[in-house]
Design a protein around this ligand. Sequence first.
Ligand code: SF4
Ligand code: SF4
Length: 482
Amino acid sequence: MTAPAMHGGLRLAGNKKRSTQSALRIAAAPSQVVLPLDQHAGTAATPLVQVGERVLRGQPIAQPQGEISAWLHASIAGHVSAIELRPTPHRQQPAPCIVIDSDGSEESAAHEPVDVDRLDAVALCEHIAAGGMVGLGGAVFPTAPKLLLGRQADEVHLILNGAECEPWISCDDMLMRERAADILRGASILCRALSAARCSLVIEDDKPEAILAMQAAQSAAHPNIHVPNIDVRVVPTIYPAGGENQLVTTVTGLEVPSGGLPSDIGAICHNVGTAAAVARWIDHGEPLIRRIVTVTGSGVAEASNIEVVLGTSIADVIAQCGGYSGRVARLLMGGSMMGRALASDALPVVKASNCLVVALPTDLQPRGTEMPCIRCGNCSEACPAMLLPQQLHWFARAQDLPALDLHGLLDCIECGCCDHVCPSQIPLTQQFRDAKPALTAHRSAQAAATLARTRFEARDARLARLESERQAKLAERRKSVG
Ligand code: SF4
Ligand code: SF4
């Protein structure tokens, strides 16, 4: 099936060959794990354990707070040795973490497999939440609230994201090659939770082995896989085809409205890794306690994809991939476009850790000196969100929040395409990232002011009505007395 072309985007060198040459590895269990309480979008979880307590592998150790939050489970058996602030790879500031020291046992908490046919859709969503499921593509949005949002649409289309468009990252590619049936089983469960009428799996055309594996799994008869109308869509390799809104447009031909969500137009996207994790939880009772991480870059001896227990130190993971192989210029979590530079390898692998790039100087694009904008328009041509980055740049510099709002700053997905093509080397994406909190605060202040004005006007109107009723009663009384 031909997919509609995405606006903008870039054809980038994938740098995925080295990490996909060998089969998926399984990392050895670590002697200690550090588990941040906030390794998902939304509110941090609250600890359920205390220092000194013994915990089993898979035991819930922190519970969600509020609607957007997630359960956290012990990823090894052992003793809680600390609950304290620690540096993490996904936040600038130290965050509260539960530290567990292994006792060498592999004792697991008992979670029975679940017969999904016996659960109604809402109970199934609740059970998925209890497994600590979050989006494994990097955004780590809790899975259950997303499913519940999708259930509000009249007819929902589940879109499985196997595009994996960002350079260096290949964990989804390897998962599709090696565990295609698990992904389809997860898709079958997600379709049931959503009551989805349709399901599409999107893969970029630079992953021929993954495409074949998924197509083969689709044609094989699996007794527990019931995915209605699934189609495997092969799309051109263009960054960022795997962005959520871009994916929805590619599959449905519809645009997600500005400031809206895919569910507004009846679409819900889940990463293929999330689908496989959901299947493992439902069928084998294993909550989200491990994930596949791509370890790559010229600075690691054996680039590969490795399944790692959450909370393992990054240094340990790199050591299990043959260690460092040169003078490392930068360590990144994520790909080269949207990844985050890490200050140290003494940080833990978290649910968002899809990729570690160990970059030597030759892996990095040297950045020149920033020059003034020459209004060449390259950035707006490349922008997949159809924004005008050069205009946003001027408004961000002037801190003109109403203009930034009008020009859709909050629709920017921080993909980095504008930076990449800017001949003036302007760090546009960083400017936009920095301007967003001020704009969000400005919007909240405006909403509060509008609410206060509406309340004040309603109060005025109510007082005027009471006064006119009082006057009318007085006039009536005078008439009856007279
Ligand atoms: S690409 Fe750079 S120089 Fe060209 S219009 Fe955009 S911001 Fe200006
Ligand atoms: S970072 Fe934002 S403005 Fe720049 S290309 Fe991506 S979506 Fe557009």
